[in-house]
Ligand binder design. Sequence first.
Ligand code: SAH
Length: 357
Amino acid sequence: MQKRDIKSMTLSELEQELAAAGEPRFRAKQIYEWMHGKQAESFSEMTNLPKALRECLSEQYEYTKVTVVEELTSAMDGTKKFLFGLSDGNVVESVWMRYQHGCSVCISSQVGCRMGCMFCASTLGGLVRNLTASEMLEQVYQIGRMTGERVSHVVVMGTGEPLDNYDALLRFLAIISDENGLNISQRNITVSTCGLVEQIRRLAGEKLQITLALSLHAPDQEKRERLMPVAGRYDIRDVVKACGDYFACTGRRITFEYALIGGVNDTPKDAQALAALVGGMNCHVNLIPVNPVKERSWVRSKPEVIAAFKNSLEKSGIPVTLRREMGKDINGACGQLRRSRMENSRHIPTVSAAGES
Ligand code: SAH
């Protein structure tokens, strides 16, 4: 029988599990606190549980862990990039950044991605699989352990489309913000999406206090479709409307992400069209000079073009920030660390060897 993933269970699910096993009510909370509050490395560390119960738990449940495969530290600002190994041999990357207001972790939500954005390295090999909630949590827990610092902010902006892994994402959000766990304020959590309209609406209905970041990257339908195949599924105005409705439901201001790509989406006309598209909304625009990906030919916009674009939005009354570049020396684009690892370790069996009987 396959062991079940205990670290992905919410507290109420765990309570039901333990009640069904005839355990006293307080046990579930004890175990939950060990897993998510103290981040115990194994059941055997849970010293206030009877030994028989600990043994029973390890027979029945999987205790998810990720292991550090590679750690890179920026000599410029201390930003760290981690490559984590999963139990099935896959790897995912996460980033740790220190800001004035605390420490932030950027996690992956899938191994690979199937959204196909033309400028993104994470999607080049397609989707391998969804991450479980426990694998998402473990990225944060291990980074907290390795840096020895409290994680105050989480952004779900690494590899993967979080709204394409909706159930695990919601579990992750519930557990990471639970007062018996790391207790990270939902206001300090950002989920970034390429714009899956049905799921944005569903998320709005969950009445969470997280920030939604929408990867817009173009001011009109045609340009957006050129950059993001997923854009072909929706009218850009419906995507923006869903974001407006998210604000109406949650009171949380939307972040529109806009990667500036030289000669593609950075003209004065683009800036005006963008201002017309999002003007009047409770939002802010985050401009990201695109990170070149070696498999693609996109280049970043020139500094003076970026400044003019920003200026134009400001003049139209749109709150706008330019993403501060952290860990420039170790960064590369999203998903590139994992890709370089895959390229180094790839071994392609020869046809004759594979075909011999
Ligand atoms: N799938 C989600 C979250 C992961 S990507 C999403 O699409 O939002 C996180 C952000 O990085 C997105 O805004 C994405 O478009 C952006 N991004 C991906 N590759 C990039 C690159 N090479 N340069 C700049 N931004 C990039």
